[in-house]
Design a binder for this molecule. Structure first.
Ligand code: NDP
Length: 433
């Protein structure tokens, strides 16, 4: 905290991981201390901050800050998304990069952890303004990334349009068609299922967790927060498997549709028209729109927070428990704060942490990298099958680790330990760096 003041989200993420690692650290105390393993783990390999000047539609110059935190490449090239949101600062990018190390390790694929982004807000900007920003951002970022070095992807505010503009500028400068970004369009090296992967993967893992405890998602009522990439495809897959999703939200308000969210309408509003959720009522006049936050007050069996960090707090956890919720699985990164997580676990509510539950996105990104390297495209079914297999493995790995360390059913501890062990082994095998 003294070394990195004001990086609250980063401190929160580190605290959660280090608390989980206690049994592993205690069993290897001398070795870890001698190697300064934890000190090396919490210090990013490289922190790149840069100026992003661009010209808006009125002819004025705007200046944003760009970030790329290359956290740890012990098991493979740095990999993690680019977040474009006005709230972005170094602490947020560091928390996301730190989480990414363990998430990527859990996928079983050879990818290290990194994250980046900018305080640029694509909302309300014209396509030309977004293009101007992306060109300027990539002009600097291209010096530090590469298909075998660091492979950024999408995140909040960075969707297909932004990835396309960023890739175009990378190619213009470097002159190479390489898999330097994932989440690319299907006509220029993207992978089928990448768009759906995080939401689908979240539901696959949730189903696996429910199965292990004698439940199934079919017939359950599900509350989803967010209305972006993760939320849309989590809702779509949950409905496909027979659940009823009754909520979605954005930063202004939330929808309650007791008949079940109309995913087609949601996609039209968010992916095609890029409009606000208030528009949903035009498609479904019988649904309710409420200003502010409130999805966790709704009666549900399963909660899938898919919006942003720290959106599910103690009061929300209490409401979920009172309403009989049996499982929470995080589609977003760190949406549940430490207090709420502990409360849910103490109440016996199944809890799947984001670094396991939302790993389907980055796993499919790694599959995109493999397809780019072999210059082939796999079918939707092939990629979806691989994604299902990966999510199943993640569940069993975190479940086994929790059992082995005497905390059966504590998937936070299990995911942190399982993710850490592989990275720690790779770090120690490669000497001091
Ligand atoms: P999007 O930008 O597509 O969507 C984010 C959604 O969350 C939007 O509907 C946004 O509303 C809403 N939101 C943002 N802030 C708040 C808030 N404070 N309160 C309520 N709603 C809010 O992002 P993604 O769906 O890609 O990402 C969502 C989360 O999932 C993030 O935590 C991200 O890091 C994580 N994630 C994403 C992956 C991916 O593949 N996309 C992979 C793994 C994790 P509004 O439009 O009003 O801002």
């Amino acid at each position: 905290i003294r070394k990195n003041p004001s990086e609250y989200e980063f401190h929160q993420a580190v605290k959660e991981v280090l608390e989980s690692l206690r049994p592993v650290v205690e069993a290897n105390e001398e070795k870890f201390r001698r190697e300064a393993l934890l000190e090396r783990l919490v210090e990013p390999d490289r922190q790149i901050l840069f100026k992003v000047p661009w010209v808006d539609d009125k002819g004025n110059v705007q200046v944003n800050t760009g970030y790329r935190i290359q956290f740890n490449n012990a098991i493979g090239p740095y990999k993690g998304g680019l977040r474009l949101h006005p709230s972005v600062n170094k602490g947020i990018i560091k928390f996301l990069g730190f989480e990414q190390i363990f998430k990527n390790s859990l996928t079983g694929l050879p990818i290290g952890g990194g994250k980046g982004g900018s305080d640029f807000d694509p909302k309300g900007k014209s396509d030309r303004e977004v293009l101007a920003f992306c060109k300027s951002f990539m002009t600097e970022l291209c010096k530090y990334i590469g298909a075998d070095t660091d492979v950024p992807a999408g995140d909040i505010g960075t969707g297909a349009r932004e990835i396309g503009y960023l890739y175009g500028q990378y190619k213009k400068i470097k002159g190479t068609c390489e898999g330097v970004l994932t989440g690319k369009g299907l006509t220029y090296g993207g992978s089928l299922v990448r768009t759906e992967a995080t939401g689908f993967g979240l539901v696959y893992l949730t189903e696996e967790m429910l199965k292990a405890h004698g439940h199934s998602i079919a017939g359950k009522t599900v509350a989803v927060s967010g209305a972006g990439n993760v939320a849309i495809y989590a809702a779509a897959k949950a409905m496909e498997l027979g659940a009823k999703v009754v909520t979605v939200s954005d930063s202004n308000g939330w929808i309650y549709d007791k008949a079940g969210i109309d995913v087609k309408a949601l996609k039209e509003i968010k992916e095609v028209r890029r409009e606000r959720l208030t528009e949903y009522l035009k498609f479904r006049p019988e649904a309710e729109y409420h200003e502010g936050q409130g999805v966790w007050q709704v009666k549900c069996d399963i909660a899938l927070p898919c919006a942003t960090q720290n959106e599910l707090l103690l009061e929300d956890a209490k409401a979920l428990a009172e309403n009989g919720c049996i499982a929470v699985a995080e589609g977003a990164n760190m949406p549940t704060d430490l207090e709420a997580t502990k409360y849910l676990q103490d109440k016996g509510i199944l809890f799947a942490p984001g670094k396991a539950a939302n790993a389907g996105g980055v796993a499919t990104s790694a599959l995109e990298m493999s397809q780019n390297s072999e210059r082939l495209s796999w079918t939707f079914e092939e990629v979806d099958e691989k994604l299902k297999g990966i999510m199943k493995n993640i569940f069993f790995n975190m479940s086994d680790a929790a059992k082995e360390y005497g905390a059966e059913g504590n998937y936070v501890l299990g995911a942190n330990i399982a993710g850490f062990l592989k990275v720690a082994d790779a770090m120690m095998a490669q000497g001091i760096w």
